[in-house]
Design a protein around this ligand. Structure first.
Ligand code: HEC
Ligand code: HEC
Length: 310
């Protein structure tokens, strides 16, 4: 968990809410909601009302975690020292009902059980590799990815707590909706397909399937699938890697790859990927048939081709 000196008022409100939250009445969480709304009003987000709803649910479910975290680090605001680990007195394993209430806030945006909504932006989280989900929660908490309304919910949670939530969503096995009809001309879709399946060796663009798996459903434990995601979300992620707004743990292989793609190529790849049906129930493969073409941070378990390992 982290304490941010840079934003003491925000920290104060969150930690007060956490402390007061320990017992009824709960109204102080309203201040956090108001503050949350106030600071995020200026962000262009697709989900302001969801942010409110999530804050309410946070006060009911996830808030218990913030309470536990706050109790474990009473000096953090003064020292700014990040602490991680289990708060004293909290059992190592989480009861199913406890987890269900914890993650209720998440489903406001990510859809029932994290299976995404038809709104067209929020990514599905159910059934993705646990290591990938955990890496993303750490990325949001630690500032390598940004979505203020979500970061706000998790910024005071411990590594252990984030891993538990990642494990919960990863273990869900839920059907995927059929893809929407293709939203680009045939030539554009073909350009997208070629890049995904073959890459462009002359320009140092590896085939996406070399890491994301031949079925594009990801690889355990930390490589995500590329199917079942909205086109807008894919465009936005690749664009964010190009501009440095999304970062992964170093070395950030996806940043290197996204920077090689032109905006037209990003658009073609996203259009093609978003129109593909998800095969095999979307289950991530257990291994890659060949080493990865580049080294990627946070994916330690998978071998890298020695010629390009760096
Ligand atoms: C206010 C809406 C909102 C809430 C509430 C929310 N999220 Fe998110 N989440 C998002 C959005 C939007 C993104 C994509 C952000 C981006 O553009 O990078 C995201 C991304 C993610 C990702 C990365 C997905 C991927 O494929 O890379 C994970 C994991 C995630 N959220 C987990 C959670 C969990 C766990 C919770 C509950 C603690 C939660 N989210 C609550 C909106 C939300
Ligand atoms: C060298 C291995 C590698 C190759 C090749 C690769 N990726 Fe990735 N990709 C990754 C890793 C690792 C991640 C997870 C990064 C993180 O932890 O944030 C990722 C994440 C992504 C995500 C984010 C998924 C989500 O749910 O938010 C997208 C989109 C993506 N890659 C698209 C592509 C495309 C398109 C290509 C081909 C042009 C490609 N990748 C090629 C390793 C690779």
């Amino acid at each position: 968990m982290r304490a941010r000196r840079a934003d003491p008022l925000r920290y104060y409100l969150a930690s007060r809410a956490a402390v007061w939250h320990a017992g009824p009445p709960r109204p102080p969480i309203v201040f956090v909601m108001l503050f949350n709304h106030f600071i995020h009003r200026s962000f262009k987000t697709p989900c302001l009302t969801s942010g409110w709803a999530a804050a309410v649910l946070l006060s009911l479910g996830l808030g218990g975690a913030v309470t536990a975290s706050a109790q474990s680090m009473p000096l953090a605001p003064a020292t700014g020292v990040a602490t991680a680990g289990s708060p004293p007195g909290r059992p190592a394993s989480v009861a199913a009902g406890d987890m269900a209430s914890r993650v209720l806030a998440c489903t406001v945006c990510h859809g029932k059980e994290g299976r995404a909504t038809p709104d067209g932006y929020f990514p599905r989280i159910a059934g993705k590799p646990a290591g990938y989900l955990a890496n993303q929660l750490l990325n949001f908490r630690d500032g390598r990815r940004t979505y203020p309304q979500m970061t706000y919910l998790i910024e005071h949670l411990t590594d252990e707590y984030l891993h538990e939530m990642a494990g919960h969503f990863a273990a869900l096995d839920l059907p995927y909706a059929p893809p929407p009809p293709p939203q680009a001309p045939a030539a554009t879709l073909e350009q997208g397909r070629r890049l995904v399946e073959r890459g462009d060796a002359a320009r140092d663009v590896p085939a996406c399937v070399a890491c994301h798996g031949a079925a594009m459903t990801g690889v355990q434990p930390s490589l995500p699938g590329l199917l079942g995601l909205p086109r807008d979300y894919l465009n936005s992620q690749l664009g964010a890697w190009k501009t440095g707004q999304r970062r992964a743990q170093a070395p950030d292989c996806m940043a290197a790859i996204a920077r090689q793609l032109t905006p037209e190529e990003v658009s073609a790849v996203s259009a093609w990927l978003a129109a593909q049906p998800v095969g095999g129930g979307g289950k991530p493969a257990s291994t890659l048939p060949a080493p990865m073409p580049l080294r990627c941070g946070g994916v330690a378990a998978i071998p890298v081709a020695s010629a390009t390992a760096r």
